[in-house]
Ligand binder design. Structure first.
Ligand SMILES: [Zn+2]
Length: 455
């Protein structure tokens, strides 16, 4: 059992080092994060989402007399005081906020249908966009987006593909297949308003064609570099065959912007979580307002959670202990402490803490999930299967099904592995790509049904 955990940790470390080799300057590259880590950081299991996730409640819809925050990011990377880089920790906290608060991340097709054809969308909708096509969008943002099942769009500069810190062709193809759609940001990041109509048309057409060649599908959307455009830009965008275009400023996107000049909400590395929340909940927000963050136990907890997600188990345990010192009933802190201990070779103490969380709140889905995960980590498969089921009683969480599937995979039980993997893939398509690489399924990989599912 101990050996198994060691192997797992070695595997985690080796994936981290592989990442570092690709990109020396970042300490947080998780392009090949193992599924167990993802499962371990399920954030949809918290008290808030349990309260609001009753499966049959219809979502409140909104129509296009209202706007939608189309969030604009660039690079997701740590760099102090660089507004176009948002740190991984901030990005993770922002996505967790969206998930915990039942936001839907729309594709640009859905945004287009909403604005042009008044096809309703959930009241709490956002659109996630990234400009320029930085490599860290793949290495850092993508695993987080995948974890939450969020769609997003990356606007790439077609001549920069594969250069320096920009995405390469194979990353672009993989992202595009997995719900992170690629669209155009011109050929060389030209300030369109400085070009003649013909030159504008040329860069708009050429970038569209080269991306279409790469992805074998229509490219329909464009983000203007620097947000710069003039009357000719709109004409050229139409002539080149785009059906929607985004600028870089303004507030929420709505019908009155015009489909070729839609606003976006800029989220910079200088914005804290509360400013993010303010901007996506206030359609007429004040550009100059920066909301001050109060240190609460909840915000301390998000730090413990983020530390765990970053495999900084010691730090996660220390922050959790501080929270417990202040409030001995803060059950979520025991849970993060517990699972962090389990990832630090301390199964018994870890389980004690997870149980403490579950004593305080027996219906804590994430606690039940972590109990299953801890059992799984230490090879207690029967108990793990039981607790994944108990977690599923509370929340229909994709990684609980995946956990069950992977245990059956290791046991060589192909029909059950396929059964649960099917459910997980139906809930979140990107799970399939995960399963293709997952060692846990090696024993059942040659099974006919399994091969059929992996097609
Ligand atoms: Zn740009």
């Amino acid at each position: 059992m101990k050996k198994k955990l060691c192997l797992l940790i070695i595997f985690i470390l080796s994936t981290l080092f592989n990442g570092c080799a690709i990109k020396k300057s970042s300490q947080n590259t998780n392009s090949s994060i193992s599924y167990t880590e993802k499962k371990g950081v399920n954030s949809s299991f918290n008290d808030k989402s349990i309260a609001s996730s009753s499966k049959n409640t219809p979502k409140v819809l909104k129509y296009n007399d209202k706007g939608i925050p189309v969030i604009m990011y660039h690079s997701i990377k740590d760099e102090k005081d660089n507004p176009v880089r948002v740190s991984k920790e901030s990005f993770q906290a922002q996505m967790k906020y969206l998930k915990d608060n039942n936001y839907t991340a729309l594709s640009l097709d859905e945004l287009y249908e909403f604005i042009e054809n008044n096809v309703p969308v959930p009241e709490k909708s956002v659109v996630l966009t990234f400009d320029d096509g930085y490599k860290d969008n793949y290495e850092t943002a993508y695993p987080i987006l995948k974890k939450y099942g969020f769609k997003a769009t990356i606007f790439v500069i077609s001549d920069y593909i594969g250069k320096d810190e920009y995405l390469n062709a194979s990353q672009i193809k993989e992202l595009d297949k997995s719900g992170i759609r690629i669209e155009s940001h011109t050929v060389k990041h030209e300030a369109l308003n400085a070009l003649s109509y013909n030159d504008q048309l040329a860069t708009l057409k050429q970038s569209k064609e080269s991306l279409q060649g790469l992805l074998s599908r229509q490219i329909k959307y464009i983000a203007y570099p620097y947000g710069k455009y003039n009357e000719s830009t709109i004409k050229a965008a139409k002539a080149a065959g785009y059906s929607l275009a985004l600028t870089t400023d303004g507030r929420w996107s709505d019908k009155s912007d015009g489909i070729y000049t839609l606003d976006r909400v800029f989220i910079s590395g200088l914005h804290n979580l509360d400013t993010f929340i303010y901007r996506i909940t206030t359609f007429d927000y004040d550009f100059n307002k920066v909301v001050k963050t109060e240190a609460t136990l909840e915000s301390e907890y998000s730090k413990a959670y983020a530390a765990f997600f970053d495999h900084k188990y010691k730090e996660a345990i220390e922050i959790s202990d501080k929270i417990i010192d202040k409030d001995s009933n803060f059950f979520k802190a025991y849970n993060i402490k517990g699972i962090s201990l389990c990832f630090s070779h301390n199964f018994e103490e870890g389980m004690k803490n997870i149980d403490k969380a579950l004593n305080l709140n027996p219906n804590f889905g994430y606690g039940r999930f972590n109990k299953a995960l801890a059992y799984e980590l230490y090879g207690h498969y029967d108990e793990a299967l039981l607790w994944y089921d108990k977690a599923l009683e509370i929340d229909n969480y994709v990684w609980s099904y995946y956990g069950k599937a992977s245990i059956y995979g290791r046991l060589g039980d192909a029909s059950n592995a396929v059964k649960y993997l099917k459910i997980a893939i139906a809930m979140q398509e990107s799970v399939k790509e995960e399963a293709k690489k997952e060692k846990d399924f090696d024993k059942v990989r040659n099974n006919k049904e399994f091969m059929e599912l992996m097609k």
